[in-house]
Design a protein around this ligand. Structure first.
Ligand SMILES: CC(C)(COP(=O)(O)OP(=O)(O)OC[C@H]1O[C@@H](n2cnc3c(N)ncnc32)[C@H](O)[C@@H]1OP(=O)(O)O)[C@@H](O)C(=O)NCCC(=O)NCCS
Length: 183
């Protein structure tokens, strides 16, 4: 399983004690705006259980992000296999969810760079994708900062978003090729 460290951050595998702060994060309407709203405890516990299994199988998954200065759980980031079918799958995605108290400091960009290096240099993946609800501007800004690029022809309706949440259905897809920008 994978632990990554940057100047300010550690991304490490899940522990049972992470359920509580992850539940708090997943109860915040601002954080969950593009995920259909706050999630009940049973859902959060199930997400952690599944993530623990997947990180064992895949070596990494969306996993806790720890602020070194305080040791606090401040969000989740990571790479994961896309588990639904779409025109761009099979694919490996990069993703993030951060406590708003820590927005605006470049923390997700910092750990995102570490995950990109890990994905391309240690795992040898050809490409990473990232996707978001079409108007999730903060997430799209992270993708752009990390060098991901957008082709409108890749945009898609997320098959796992229920029809009664139609405003969350349309997604933009961004891609980053291994070696992009290097001569
Ligand atoms: C998406 C999300 C993770 C982005 O968080 P963020 O803090 O904006 O992202 P970053 O860590 O890259 O920080 C960028 C901001 O820090 C600033 N910054 C400060 N120092 C920086 C540095 N060294 N490097 C980069 N940016 C820096 C940038 O200018 C930018 O500020 P701005 O918001 O005023 O434009 C966050 O908004 C979130 O958790 N949203 C809810 C969950 C969600 O929707 N997840 C995505 C689902 S697809």
């Amino acid at each position: 399983m994978t632990t990554l460290e940057t100047r300010r951050l550690i991304s490490r595998p899940w522990q049972q004690a992470d359920v509580e702060p992850f539940f708090a994060l997943s109860s915040d309407p601002e954080v969950m705006r593009f995920f259909g709203g706050p999630q009940p405890r049973e859902t959060v516990e199930a997400v952690v259980k599944t993530a623990m299994e997947r990180q064992r199988d895949f070596g990494v998954w969306f996993q806790p992000l720890i602020l070194k200065e305080t040791g606090a759980f401040i969000g989740i980031t990571g790479i994961a296999k896309v588990l639904f079918e779409a025109p761009f799958t099979p694919a490996v995605e990069i993703g993030w969810r951060l406590d708003p108290a820590h927005w605006g400091q470049g923390l997700v960009t910092e750990i995102g760079r570490a995950f990109i290096d890990y994905a391309f240099m240690e795992r040898g993946f050809d490409e990473l994708v990232s996707f978001a609800v079409h108007d999730n501007e903060r997430s799209i800004a992270v993708m752009k900062r990390l060098g991901f690029t957008h082709d409108r022809g890749d945009d898609f309706d997320h098959p796992r978003v229920p029809d009664d949440l139609s405003h969350l259905k349309r997604h933009v897809l961004y891609r980053l090729r291994n070696g992009a920008g290097k001569g």
